[in-house]
Design a protein around this ligand. Structure first.
Ligand code: ZN
Length: 348
């Protein structure tokens, strides 16, 4: 069967093979026919050779962690043949840390977790894959065209879950949220914010392309000015750029008792002048919280599936700006200027 693979650590080793073996039954009882795989920056890092790890004893890693498929067979009866399904990306470490032991593998403390298509587990960019029931997330049939968005939405569902847990430390009635960066994560964070009835502001440097319209059709406000120049004091900031100056400005911009959730990964290595004392003073005197958030556990995947099913399906469809047949896989991994989300289509 077909599979898109790389040799981790070897730049430009991306290949499509027709001779990848069928998934081993040890991978899980549920056999799935792949429909599509979403592509993100992590895939690009793996292709560039700077990230990624093949399963033990294998040279090549199957890519793909943003999955969508249709159940072919499930002898456990958890799902029915024909059901839409996505596979949870991260698996807990085999000798679980305290968090993994209770299903909070998104909070793994020892880094021994594994991840499909990224770290030690085959990805979903292959014609068929298997999944264990506890890692299989069923989707509403209406999500067939857009279900690959479940993985990035799970990341955002976790971010909002933790924002609300932190908010509950005291009386908390948030009114406004600022989201920095209108990529897939930023736009999905804005969707979940609008579902919470918040006044939503999204900041991005793009003045053209689909982003301004997508933000406005959520009922949110689109900004292109620097964070520091915005005339608002948000209760929550969800930072999705990882750009150091935007991150620091976001920390300074948030209002009293504000919460800043950092989801963007910076590359590091660059230094900028910054008044750390002034930031410390603002954080202390206003009871502000800055925290990082990555990945998602099973509960967040289920919350994400509910959020997507409730969303405007044509809006979700607009986030997928290109659908590329597997035979033209190399095009899918070459980013286009105004792409939001590119999907590799296994049904073609
Ligand atoms: Zn762990």
């Amino acid at each position: 069967m077909r599979a898109v693979t790389v040799t981790p650590g070897v730049p430009d080793s991306l290949r499509l093979t027709d001779e990848w073996p069928e998934p081993a039954t040890e991978e899980g009882a549920i056999l799935v026919q792949a429909l599509a795989v979403g592509i993100c920056g992590t895939d690009q890092e793996i292709i560039s050779g700077s990230y990624g790890e093949a399963p033990p004893g294998q040279e090549r890693l199957v890519l793909g962690h943003e999955s969508l498929g249709r159940v072919l067979e499930d002898p456990t009866g958890t799902l029915q043949p024909g059901d839409l399904v996505a596979g949870v990306v991260r698996h807990p470490d085999p000798l679980p840390c305290p968090n993994c032991a209770v299903g909070e593998w998104d909070m793994c403390r020892n880094g021994q977790y594994t991840e499909h298509g990224i770290k030690g587990l085959s990805g979903f960019a292959r014609d068929r894959w298997r999944v264990q029931p506890k890692f299989a997330v069923g989707l509403d049939p209406v999500l067939a065209p857009v279900g690959t968005l479940l993985e990035p939405t799970s990341v955002v569902a976790k971010a909002w879950d933790h924002i609300e847990r932190i908010g509950s430390r005291a009386e908390w009635k948030p009114h406004s949220v600022l989201i920095t960066g209108a990529g897939p994560i930023g736009l999905l964070a804005a969707l979940l914010a609008s579902q919470r009835g918040l006044s939503v502001h999204v900041l991005d440097r793009n003045t053209t392309g689909p982003k301004p319209g997508l933000v406005r059709s959520l009922g949110a406000t689109y900004h292109t000015s620097p964070v520091g120049e915005l005339d608002l004091e948000p209760d929550v900031v969800v930072e999705c750029t990882g750009a150091p100056s935007v991150v620091l400005d976001a920390m300074c911009k948030v209002g009293p008792t504000g919460i800043v959730c950092l989801t963007g990964v910076s590359s590091g290595g660059r230094t900028i002048d910054f008044d750390a004392g002034a930031l410390n003073r603002a954080l202390v005197l206003e009871n502000n919280v800055v925290f990082g958030s990555v990945n998602a556990n099973r509960r967040h995947w289920d919350l994400a599936a509910e959020a997507l099913a409730r969303a405007d399906q044509s809006w979700l469809n607009s986030l997928i700006t290109r659908r590329v047949p597997v035979s033209e896989y190399a095009d899918a991994y070459t980013s286009g200027g105004e792409d939001i989300k590119v999907v590799l289509d296994f049904a073609q």
